[in-house]
Design a protein around this ligand. Structure first.
Ligand code: TXA
Ligand code: MG
Length: 319
């Protein structure tokens, strides 16, 4: 399977593969035509650059210019769920389509063995966005990927096991091409965790202008087809529910039981909620599409730790 996946990449085709964050749809990052196939398969706007996946810091250093700070972040958190944005090295060999015209590059070493084995077998850096149609919910298990791409002969789906992505949210993106590192996308590795680990590194708070750095970060994203209503305290007519902890969105206004509800983490564990978020949103969306449901009501989720990233994704899904 890994061998076949490597060959698909070297032949300029695509491979969907598991990572600890979400499943990726990979191509040879040095092959422009192969990278263009990703944009076509996902219907992704051409101005949204791809993250480049490698297996070691040494490989990453052939592609991006690491400042001292960038190197320390990589050493502390790779392999792991953080992508580092760096100035692009001259002669990096990365295809222009993958970079969407930027002179910076986002690099990541994933922390899942099958992903690392696959990248090594391919023998190329792998450009990979999440393996879902543009703007839909990212995939966290193999069935999500199959539901989108099973019929595409250009895509090999690498399924060695029934892995459920353990973090469940896309990697944190940190820009180190600026005087102070800036978080461009919240994730499981929070600014707080980075400053705890690397005490003298200051991280600038993200502002609305950071979006310009990442032209692909359009506000509506990660979204189900069914509308979402956030911070719900009760259910409206024809709603289904996504609960958290002891939130109890289960009765409709008329006091009849709701037809469908899920709880991201009955014990109020935010990491578990992050792991479950996308698969639960997909289950609720699938239910809503086949039943008479007008929206998904979501209980309040605390904005602490990884709860910040969960709220970021939910806000984008509801936009
Ligand atoms: O966890 C992840 O990051 C997953 C797995 C597959 O690794 N990948 C992922 O890729 O979430 P994608 O394409 O869905 O999101 C990549 C984000 C986009 O919002 C893009 O704008 C941003 O990374 N990005 C890529 N290169 C960038 C750069 N040079 N500067 C700023 N943002 C960049
Ligand atoms: Mg994505």
């Amino acid at each position: 399977m890994i061998k076949k996946a490597g060959k698909f990449i070297r032949d300029g085709k695509l491979v969907a593969f598991p990572t600890e964050t979400v499943y990726g749809l990979g191509a040879d990052a040095t092959n422009n035509d192969a990278c263009l196939k990703i944009f076509a398969a996902k219907k992704r706007p051409a101005n949204n650059p791809l993250i480049i996946h490698v297996t070691t810091l040494e490989q990453a250093q052939n592609i991006g210019e690491f400042s001292k700070t960038a190197k320390r972040i990589a050493q502390a958190f790779w392999p792991g769920p953080i992508s580092i944005v760096l100035p692009l090295k001259v002669n990096s060999g990365i295809a222009p389509a993958a970079l969407a015209g930027l002179n910076t590059v986002a690099l990541r070493v994933p922390a899942y063995q099958i992903a690392l084995d696959f990248i090594n077998e391919a023998g190329r850096p792998i450009a990979a966005p999440s393996a879902n149609p543009s703007n839909y919910i990212s995939p966290t298990n193999i069935n999500h990927v199959r539901s989108h791409f099973i019929d595409n002969p250009e895509i090999f789906i690498l399924s060695l096991d029934d892995y459920q992505s353990s973090y469940g949210l896309e990697s944190t993106i940190i820009d180190t091409s600026t005087p102070y590192p800036i978080i461009l996308r919240e994730g499981s590795i929070t600014a707080e965790i980075i400053s705890q680990e690397l005490k003298d590194i200051k991280i600038a708070p993200s502002t609305s202008s950071t979006a310009i750095k990442s032209p692909g970060m359009f506000f509506r994203h990660y979204a189900p087809i069914t509308p979402i209503r956030l911070n719900a305290c009760y259910l409206e007519k024809e709603e289904i529910a996504l609960n958290f902890g002891n939130s109890n969105l289960c009765l409709r206004a008329q006091n009849t039981a709701v037809s469908f509800s899920l709880n991201l983490s009955p014990t109020g564990d935010l990491a578990q909620a992050a792991t479950n978020l996308y698969s639960y949103l997909r289950m609720l969306d699938d239910y809503a599409i086949t039943h008479h449901v007008c929206s998904i009501a979501v209980a309040t989720i605390p904005r602490i730790g990884v709860g910040v990233a969960i709220n970021d994704r939910l806000n984008r899904a509801a936009a």
